[in-house]
Design a protein around this ligand. Sequence first.
Ligand code: AHR
Length: 528
Amino acid sequence: MKIGGIRFVLRICLVLLVSSAPLVTAQNTHLSIDASKAGAKIDRNLFGQFAENLGHGLYEGIWVGPDSSIPNTRGIRKDVVTALRELKVPNVRWPGGCFGDEYHWRKGVGPAAQRPATLNSAWGGVVDTNSFGTDEFMDFIQQIGSQAYVSVNVGSGTPQEAAEWLEYMTAAQPTALAKERTANGHPEAYKVGFLGIGNESWGCGGNMAPDYYLSQLKIYSHFVRNDNPAQQSANQMLKIAVGPGVPETEWTETVMKAWEHHDWSWNIDGLSLHWYTVASGWPPSMPSTGFGIEDYGKTLKSTLFMDEFLRKQEAVMDKYDPQKKVALVVDEWGAWLAPLPVTNPSFLIQQNSLRDAILASLNLNIFARHADRVRMANIAQMINVLQSMILTDKEKMVLTPTYYVYKMYVPFQDATFIPIDFDPGSLHRDGITLPRVDALAAKDASGRVWLEITNLDPEKPADIDADVSGMMVKSAKGETLTAAAVDSVNTFAAPNSVVPKAVSASVKGGKLSLTVAPKSVTVISLEP
Ligand code: AHR
């Protein structure tokens, strides 16, 4: 009786222990990679950035002015340019965002002293000196070696204003606007790679109904032209329409149904989609520092919804555009967290942790798996705003964990997707189920295969073994990004808490084996 009682108590203890501990159902992950199989190209434009005139995104983050004691080239921070060049940023979206539908380009050209001060009504009503305008943006784009993605004002502007802006930027012939650009120091016509026709026109861009926006889209698409001779046959500017910000498909239906029967007078090359990870509901209250594993799990669960969101919109696009001529352009995405205490809440300043790095890799992998339709994406935002690459404070600069993910993913730019056969396993904790592991493989132009592995498990390493066929792998090398805790961050005082480190991997008989740390992002190159 006594022994039976002890056994019963022990069994209860065991049940309690098991149910309160994280339940990991797969410790090892097996990947099958056939390097001879090729999917879509992972367009380098998926690694685009977004730099809105918001808070310290442009002013202080990029622009300090030519007279600043912070080292700069024509007013643009040198440290930031050096860091961004490493990312091979394919395109930068500017000036907005909600700000874009309030922006009047003329106020931001010409001698700085003569530019009017205006109010940034979209973001905190602060005074904007307009010292960062079109020519400064183009200078920035050239300094970091990127392409311009310019969003024109549909909400409070006119087709004429937008058409003249494009003429100012792109005309090579001696028109009055091209001469004005020359007088402002830029005789050569700029290239504009991408044109955004409005921003969130269903909301801050004018609260338009889908049909009303469609009629605007047709007008802007026709009249807002790129005159640069170098962009007439090759390198044509791609026109991107406003798309959905909710999973429902009414907006996409309206635009794509009309597009199916479009004539010569209008066209689009892309449809935008905006979706942020706001795990705790609106307004964003999820902290960017000092959180635990439960918030980590909630955030990753929420971010994985991106896949379903894309599928819903793609189903509609496939109906009207089975040849996938129109790209889905996720030109705003990322973690939108609570603003840091004692900052202006309109400036959307948040820290960036290891959790953000893992969130970034999961989204980049989702985009790559949808690469036949999703050919461009812009994380929000580049510097000092939302899930940024870089944080600055006066002369100080720190690179975020998300920055390092983008750096590690450079080899995936324009590489060819290789499908991987694997069981991601599952993690159950705090009522949430997540995949344990995610993975992405691609082949670059030189024939080298790149493998990315994200271990979502916050506590357990994952043993990875991969069969690689279709190529003779002789060796493998790579880097991993992890840190002490899911909320580890880089700060101005401690900038190297979350930085990539070399990881060892062994190859025997074409089989790759490695162990990836808990809560980590790892990129390996497989060497022939
Ligand atoms: O990125 C911040 C804001 O989020 C953008 O201005 C707007 O387009 C979106 O709602």
